[in-house]
Design a protein around this ligand. Structure first.
Ligand code: M6R
Length: 364
């Protein structure tokens, strides 16, 4: 039931600190500061490459994970949406791990891709929320998320739980490949344990986001930009907004803007800039300034330090807690979800049951 919340989506956004903690609890030993995975039917150290396949928001969780997997395990990672994957006639090599991500565990394209990769001799891992689902049964290695039932069609808590599992898996793979030392593992695990409290902080952005919703709800197009893992977060922001508010939205890699999309910018186009402090901040800010120079309305999502440095001249700022870049996608997710939710409320759309969409897509 919805409890005190107006919609399942709002309830599920607010559940995230708890369900992410629950999910991490299945992978993390907080005292030993180590990761443990369920029993493995194959040797993780022998994994030579990872192919991620999923749809929609689950695909975007996978896209964030590509950064973690490549930086921690130093093996090649590819990602593709499930509806296209088989049409590439993918090349399967020994030692390949195919990793499927799905809330429902029933999405037709993802399931078909899983069976294709299995027939191709790949090890199959699946990050799945519904434990009794077909994908959960057919995977060699099931990596469950413990988000509980997700009712809202727009995925929120399943997404952040997927990120939590993928971050833990990346650490485990890095360790198995001899790339993550025990000291580094302890540092990363400690960061994971900080996520729930930082998520609670991030939920406090709701009031400032509510104040932006009415003007944003009048926009015809909204762009989201980010760099590195903030790029898939920009894609996720745009997907969430399109899905429930029906406003046309696009996510772009911040540096790609000047290769075309910047032609869209005028004083009517809001641009949500996802730029937490860290290694990519200055470059994203310079892309933000290119937007401002063309009259675009910039909404900057950053932490206190980032906003103090570059918040001036924007249409509005959203302050998220300051966290290590390793965990920032899980924290950024919250204001991104709240923004879509409040814009949809301002538009009066059916948040939990958006038009034309189904919770589980069981046709190809
Ligand atoms: O059940 P799955 O995770 O496999 O579903 C994948 C997509 O259909 C799903 O994430 C969809 O994009 C959501 N409605 C996004 O909010």
């Amino acid at each position: 039931e919805k409890g005190n919340h107006r919609h399942f989506m709002e309830k599920e956004i607010y559940e995230q600190p708890i369900v992410v903690a629950q999910t991490l609890g299945a992978y993390v030993d907080p005292l030993a500061e180590t990761i443990s995975l369920p029993p493995l039917p194959f040797d993780l150290a022998g994994v030579k490459r990872v192919q991620i396949v999923a749809c929609g928001t689950a695909l975007l969780a996978g896209q964030v994970a590509t950064y973690w997997l490549e930086s921690l395990a130093r093996i090649p990672v590819q990602i593709e949406n499930a509806s296209e994957f088989r049409y590439r006639d993918p090349v399967y090599e020994p030692g390949g791990l195919a990793l499927f991500i799905s809330q429902s565990g029933e999405t037709a394209d993802t399931l078909a891709a899983l069976r294709h990769a299995k027939a191709g001799g790949q090890h199959i891992a699946a990050v799945v929320n519904v434990a009794s689902s077909t994908m959960a049964r057919e995977a060699d290695l099931l990596l469950p998320t413990h988000a509980g039932p997700e009712i809202g069609v727009a995925s929120t808590k399943a997404f952040t739980c997927q990120l939590a599992v993928l971050a833990a898996f990346a650490i485990a793979l890095g360790k198995a490949k001899g790339r993550v030392t025990p000291v580094e593992e302890a540092r990363l695990v400690h960061l994971l344990t900080e996520i729930p409290a930082a998520m609670n902080e991030a939920l406090k952005t709701e009031e400032s986001i509510h104040a932006l919703a009415l003007p944003l709800s009048k926009a015809r197009d909204i762009l989201y930009i980010g760099r590195g893992p903030d790029y898939p977060m920009a894609l996720e922001g745009a997907l969430k907004l399109k899905e429930i508010s029906y406003i046309h939205a696009e996510g772009y890699a911040a540096g790609e803007l000047k290769h075309g999309p910047i032609a869209l910018i005028d004083e009517n186009v809001p641009v949500i800039v996802i730029a937490p402090s860290g290694p990519r901040f200055e470059k994203t800010v310079s892309n933000m300034q290119e937007v401002m120079a063309r009259g675009g309305l910039v909404y900057l999502l950053s932490d206190a330090a980032g906003l103090a440095e570059h918040g001036a001249g924007t249409a509005a700022t959203i302050e998220m807690p300051s966290v290590d870049p390793f965990i920032s996608p899980l924290i950024t997710a919250i204001p991104v979800q709240l923004l879509a939710y409040h814009v949809a409320l301002a538009k009066g759309t059916d948040v939990d049951q958006p038009r034309n969409l189904a919770k589980s897509v069981t046709v190809e």
